[in-house]
Design a protein around this ligand. Sequence first.
Ligand code: 4GS
Length: 225
Amino acid sequence: MKIDILTIFPEMFKPFISESIVGRAVKENLVEINIHNIRDYSKDPHKKVDDYGYGGGKGMVLMPQPIFDAVDDLKTDDSIVILMTPQGEKYSQKKAYDLKDKKHLILICGHYEGFDERIRTLADAELSIGDYVLTGGELASMVITDSIVRLIPGVIKEESHLNESFNDGLLDYPVYTKPVSFRGMDVPEVLLSGHHANIDKYRYEESLKRTKARRPDLLEGENYE
Ligand code: 4GS
């Protein structure tokens, strides 16, 4: 899997691609992540990438030329071009599973007021990470990359994502570590019992209880009784 990210703030990605689980996946060549500065593709003598929007009022708008040239340069028959925007389809764990099997993703991060509408014609998909407004698409592209990279085989232990929130449509069950007793709060007895069937039952019931209380929308149309 190769992920190319187009941004006008490449420095924002340095720790993201070198630290923690994503950093390890890159070092072990389980994923290739390339950060491209949109400015490097500008044909303007001053490397301009944005300008005032026609019609006035709003702030700076990303120009089509550098982004079209960047996509022309990077795109192959295997590429999926994705635009980060609050107007896109709402991102989800299901979408992460869809994308993890693709060979090549090109993620385009807008900044400031937005991007020239013609840039939309380059995109195979538009994704939003949620109903709020960021200063740029960089964090959105990192959220999407992070959630995909951890699903690539070999990046984390398979068991870690079989039983996690959303995979079975339920939120996570509670987990505990040492000590058994802390400030008057005890680890539930069943987890210390070594009885695996009872532990599975306890965890399923806790997941269900938590989902009903916090995210009943996840249970809609499903029968988990
Ligand atoms: C999002 C979002 C976003 C919108 C980029 C205003 C700068 C900003 N991108 N999911 N212009 N939410 N983008 O807020 O993806």
